[in-house]
Ligand binder design. Structure first.
Ligand SMILES: [Zn+2]
Ligand SMILES: [Zn+2]
Ligand SMILES: [Zn+2]
Length: 165
C-alpha cells in the first residue's frame, strides 16, 4: 500500500523515534521532463510532479542523523508488483531516448522519465528535491517522448512504465 498524504505528514512531523532527530530524508520516484536534441539532454531537466505524486512515489523515509528507517516499501506504486521499486532502482531504462521523430524527422523532443529523488524535511520541507541519476544510469526510466515539432508521441510499451512488471 502506498503512503497516504496524512501518514507522510505525520511521520515527518513526528521526527525520528530512535534519536529524536527532526531531519528526515524522503526518497521517492517522481517524473522529470527532459528536453532532448538528437537523443541527448539539451538544457535543464524540470520536475513534473505535485505533492500527491511525491507521496505516492515515496519508497523510503529515513533519519538523517542515525539512519533509522521510518518507512519502507519495495512494491511498485504503479503496478503494485512486489519488489518492483528495488528492481527499478537497479535496472537501466529499457526505453531508448529517440534521436529523432519518426514522423517529421525533427531532432527536438521532450522526454518524460521516472527518477528517484531525495527530499530533506525538517518537520516541513527544507531543501529542493535532488536526484543523482543521469539518463544512462540505473534507476532512470524514461517512458514517453514527444516531438517538439509535430507532437508525435512515442511511449514505452512494457506493462509497467516504471518496473517492467
Ligand atoms: Zn534518528
Ligand atoms: Zn515530429
Ligand atoms: Zn511496476
Amino acid at each position: 500500500m502506498p503512503l497516504a498524504e496524512s501518514e507522510l505528514a505525520a511521520l515527518v512531523e513526528g521526527g525520528c523515534p530512535s534519536c529524536l532527530g527532526t531531519k528526515l530524508v524522503v526518497s521517492a520516484y517522481v517524473t522529470q521532463n527532459l528536453p532532448l536534441l538528437e537523443g541527448e539532454l539539451y538544457g535543464r531537466p524540470s520536475w513534473a510532479y505535485k505533492g500527491e505524486d511525491l507521496v505516492r512515489g515515496t519508497f523510503t523515509i529515513a533519519c538523517v542523523g542515525c539512519k533509522a528507517t521510518l518507512y519502507e516499501t519495495a512494491a511498485c506504486f504503479l503496478c503494485g508488483r512486489e519488489n518492483g521499486i528495488r528492481e527499478a532502482l537497479e535496472a537501466e531504462s529499457t526505453f531508448a531516448l529517440p534521436t529523432k521523430c519518426g514522423r517529421c524527422d525533427g531532432a527536438r523532443m521532450d522526454a518524460r522519465a521516472y527518477v528517484p529523488i531525495d527530499v530533506v524535511y525538517a518537520q516541513k520541507r527544507t531543501e529542493k528535491a535532488r536526484t543523482q541519476v543521469e539518463p544512462h544510469e540505473p534507476g532512470f526510466h524514461a517512458f514517453r517522448a514527444e516531438c517538439k515539432g509535430c507532437h508525435e508521441v512515442l511511449a514505452r510499451h512494457t506493462p509497467c512504465a516504471l518496473c517492467d512488471g
